[in-house]
Design a protein around this ligand. Structure first.
Ligand code: G1P
Length: 287
């Protein structure tokens, strides 16, 4: 199995982050000096994939502009001799071959994935949610690809989370979690705590065989009208779960976004830029 393409759904309304997401996509919320989605695109590129399709929607143009060439800006930076910034701006454009498709109605994550089907063209593919990223030595999606290639099956990243949070995630039902990866029997989307089969949560990184599209077409919408990716995953003949190494940051709401910025500022290694912030944070934490 060879994975050459990645899908990043980024079409949601970001309702848990309103009002800031009224006119700005949540995927463009900055973590330090980069929008969240840039971390996700960089993860894909580091895993050796340079063909990406981002599923966007109305009001998400800034996403496309971010990865597009900006002639005026580059010209200005060159003229004023700001070569380090010029290099950073150019680097974004050169990251990957990025395609866009707009989700017309926004009927859930499953529907967003269906929009990518024509571009994927019957191949296995990687799927990364655009509102979270994981800092790791080995890109998390590369870890999943390794398992998918070894077993020839779909693979999903799972993480043990506090039981009180299970109703915010897709949850896996597994027999046991021995080994680096293990078969998943079933999934349930956002269960009540008492109904959750485990506290192993789906954390936004997947590798799918193309059968997922048949299952997405076959399932009924959930009671709220959304096509749930998790419902389609339940129908896959075989799917494995694995934990991925790294620290995960979710940018779905204000507390999570703040925490991502604080954590990233504390570990940022470019010396000067965030040093004052780091000092203040350490002093505050010591008090
Ligand atoms: C989506 C998925 C869910 C997954 C979560 C990870 O939910 O439906 O299975 O656990 O992403 O972030 P959302 O957070 O978009 O409601």
């Amino acid at each position: 199995m060879e994975i050459n393409k990645a899908v990043i759904p980024a079409g949601g309304y970001g309702t848990r982050f309103l009002p800031v997401t009224k006119a700005q996509p949540k995927e463009m919320m900055p973590v330090l000096d980069k929008p969240t989605i840039q971390y996700v695109v960089e993860e894909v590129v580091e895993a050796g994939i340079d063909d990406i399709i981002i599923v966007t929607g109305r009001g998400k143009n800034s996403l496309e502009n971010h990865f597009d060439k900006s002639y005026e800006l580059e010209h200005e930076l060159e003229k004023s001799g700001k070569y380090d910034r010029l290099e950073r701006v150019r680097g974004i454009t050169e990251l990957a071959d990025i395609h866009y498709i707009r989700q017309q109605d926004r009927n859930g994550l499953g529907e967003a994935v269906m929009y990518a089907e024509d571009h994927i063209g019957g191949e296995p593919f990687a799927l990364l949610l655009g509102d979270n990223f994981i800092q790791s030595e080995t890109p998390p999606i590369a870890q999943l690809i390794e398992t998918a290639e070894e077993y020839g099956e779909s693979v999903v990243a799972l993480e043990e989370i506090p039981w009180e949070n299970v109703s915010s995630y897709g949850i896996a039902d597994v027999e046991d979690t021995a080994g680096e990866s293990y078969p998943v029997r079933d999934f349930v989307e956002k269960p009540a705590r008492e109904d959750a089969p485990s506290n192993l949560a789906i954390v936004g990184r997947y590798v799918f065989t193309p059968e997922i599209f048949d299952h997405l077409r076959a399932i009924e919408p959930a009671p709220d009208g959304e096509i749930e990716l998790t419902d389609a995953m339940r129908r896959l003949d075989r799917v494995r779960g694995r934990a991925v190494d790294g620290d995960r940051f979710h940018i779905g709401n204000v507390p999570d976004w703040l925490e991502a910025n604080i954590q990233m500022a504390l570990r940022h290694d470019d010396g000067e830029l965030f040093e004052t912030v780091r000092q203040t944070l350490r002093e505050e934490l010591e008090d």
